[in-house]
Design a binder for this molecule. Structure first.
Ligand code: 3PY
Length: 250
């Protein structure tokens, strides 16, 4: 039985005072849950977030990273730096990184391998645009994204990854995939994992849905057989809306 995972992606939102307020409130109001809880604040607040959530069930994720250990990569952050400050998870290949920051299937591949090498859990994001879905290319595209992302991941490490399906047309648009659409695509991704590795690994790897998940659609999405959690944007920015989703997951 896979545990549910709820991961809040704060994107480029909140400054220090808000990070302090929201995480303090979240820690104080956290419902009892079996779900794994993760928050991904912006880089400058990662250490603050790790400290505010120490000895609580909350894990802290980075929103991206470089794949190299160190070197002349101005503006970048290495996996070793994230581990050094207590970060445990990292989002890789979010569609906004792919669209605005030149992230490709190839850089995703390098980052996933580097994350695992450093003991970070990669949350591998994949998704299609509205046009790609309408053209019937969703499975083909997601199959390629997943295969490329995992190309350097050996069988022994494959169960350490998390996959997040985020239809690009549902990100920040308020539009959510229907439960049937999200379930069908997550089930497709699980079949791909079985083909790439084996059915045990496919049954172990958590597959999250992301794209305008909020309290009033979370319960139905999270009840689907192949949806093991959510990657949550706007609704993770405030403690009350995130805890409402945590309650909906149980
Ligand atoms: C969204 O729901 O907007 C997301 O992109 C979560 O990562």
């Amino acid at each position: 039985m896979r545990k549910k995972i709820l991961a809040g992606n704060w994107k480029m939102n909140h400054t220090g005072a808000a990070v302090q307020t929201v995480l303090t409130e979240l820690v104080q109001t956290l419902p009892e849950t079996k779900a794994t809880l993760i928050i991904a604040p912006p880089f400058p607040y990662l250490a603050q977030a790790v400290s505010l959530t120490a000895h609580t069930p909350l894990h802290i994720a980075a929103q991206t990273m470089h794949w190299e250990e160190h070197g002349a990569f101005t503006g970048e952050v290495s996996p070793a730096m994230l581990v050094d400050i207590g970060v445990t998870h990292v989002l890789i290949g979010h569609s906004e990184r792919r669209e605005y920051n030149g992230e490709t299937d190839r850089t995703v591949q390098q980052k996933v391998a580097a994350a695992l090498q450093h003991g970070l859990t990669p949350i591998i994001c994949c998704g299609e645009t509205a046009q790609q879905r309408q053209a019937g290319r969703t499975d083909d595209l997601l199959g390629t994204q997943l295969r490329m992302a995992l190309a350097k991941v050996r069988m022994a490490d494959a169960s350490r990854v998390i996959v997040a399906y985020e239809p690009i047309w549902a990100i920040g648009t308020g539009q959510t995939a229907t439960v049937a659409q999200a379930q069908a695509t997550c089930a497709f991704l699980r079949r791909q994992l079985a083909a790439l590795y084996n059915s045990d690994i496919a049954a172990t790897v958590p597959i999250l849905y992301g794209g305008s998940m909020k309290a009033d659609n979370a319960a139905a999405l999270l009840a689907a057989a192949d949806i093991d959690g959510g990657l949550i944007g706007g609704a993770s920015l405030q403690a009350a809306s995130f805890t409402a989703i945590i309650r909906a997951a149980d």
